[in-house]
Design a protein around this ligand. Structure first.
Ligand code: NAD
Length: 315
């Protein structure tokens, strides 16, 4: 039997963002209905801050199980490689057969933007029209694509460690989004201050977003910090916001953005108000005022990857 394998190019061609947003809504609805099993990832540190991760999940409603194997090498771009390289394997939960493999780089990229779009649709103000990107890599591209599908964005500000990277990002996207004004910023506070939606998409281990910069009514997708020793948000930012996560276990075990302020005593455990399944299914109260600040803390879940791969392998 020949094994089905979908390359990065094939995944990018087949898994359009709109479809993926729909798949991610299904994932979190299934979570809320108790129809999803997800285990914490195992992460092996490699040299120089790089990591190898294994992310397993069982998807009962698709009758599949599977896992993503992924390496994260943040400085890989200098070698012309992606910072995230991996594969998602899908097995039949009926007879145990390996159904196929899909490139994990493309799935990770697309599903992460899609999950933030779901969170943004349910948590941000409906009239949100200005968006800030902190970081200008793959996830900045994906968040631009995904968030513009759920909100009518008219202005995008971006801050990267160098102004030239921010300028390059704006130049790259201007033609595709002619109705959006793109503003590269030299200073992160300037990029943030008028934004209705803020996305932190960096591998920084120390805060890049400070609460004092965030305007009333903003929604934040905190995406980049996926370990207990890394954070992108300062404690004040988390304290002044309504906090939601993708998954309680992941947030309580892996999210520095939550664990740093918790361990400092700036917030307590009741500050975490719900997971995305509860948000999507209306089981928790979310925004009650146009002045509320909301945070979606994204760790990234194996079930997101396996659902995408299972869908791709069925096409
Ligand atoms: N939550 C999730 O599900 C999920 C999924 C994929 C990636 N991620 C994480 O999101 C982050 C971004 O991923 P990506 O694929 O866009 O990476 P990338 O390497 O393509 O881009 C990273 C961006 O961050 C900037 N940057 C690097 N170091 C920085 C620092 N110290 N401070 C501020 N900015 C810095 C870079 O200049 C670049 O613009 C990574 O930490 C990654 O692990 C999370």
């Amino acid at each position: 039997m020949s094994l089905k394998y979908l390359s990065e190019k094939q995944v990018n061609e087949m898994l359009d963002m709109n479809t993926c947003i729909g798949l991610m809504k299904d994932v979190f609805t299934a979570f809320a209905e108790g129809k999803m099993e997800n285990k914490l990832r195992s992460v092996f540190p490699l040299q120089a801050g790089n990591v190898f991760g294994i992310m397993p999940a069982v998807i009962p409603f698709e009758e599949v199980c599977g896992a993503k194997l992924i390496t994260v090498f943040p400085s890989n771009h200098s070698k012309g490689l992606s910072s995230h390289l991996g594969v998602v394997a899908v097995f039949s939960a009926g007879d145990g057969q390996l159904l196929g493999l899909c490139d994990g780089t493309a799935i990770t990229a697309i599903r992460t933007g899609a999950v933030s779009a779901v969170a943004t649709e349910y948590l941000s103000r409906k009239d949100s029209s200005t968006m800030c990107l902190i970081g200008g890599g793959v996830q900045a591209d994906m968040h631009l694509k995904a968030i513009t599908m759920v909100r009518d964005i008219k202005r995008v500000t971006i801050w990267c460690p160098t102004l030239s990277e921010s300028e390059k990002f704006c130049k790259k996207h201007k033609a595709e989004y002619p109705h959006i004004e793109f503003i590269p910023c030299e200073n992160c506070a300037d990029a943030v201050k008028d934004a209705d939606i803020i996305n932190t998409v960096t591998p920084s281990t120390v805060p890049v977003l400070f609460g004092e910069w965030v305007k009333k009514g903003a929604h934040i997708n905190a995406v980049g910090a996926c370990s207990k020793t890394a954070r992108e948000l300062d404690s004040q930012c988390v304290a002044k916001a309504k906090l939601f996560c993708d998954n309680y276990d992941s947030c309580r075990n892996e999210a520095g953005d939550y664990l740093f302020p918790l361990n400092e005593g700036v917030i307590n455990e009741s500050h975490l108000l719900g997971d995305l399944g509860e948000v999507v299914s209306g089981k928790v109260v979310t925004r009650t005022s146009d002045e509320d600040i909301t945070i979606f803390e994204s760790q990234g879940l194996a079930c997101e990857d396996v659902v995408c791969a299972a869908w791709l392998l069925k096409q």
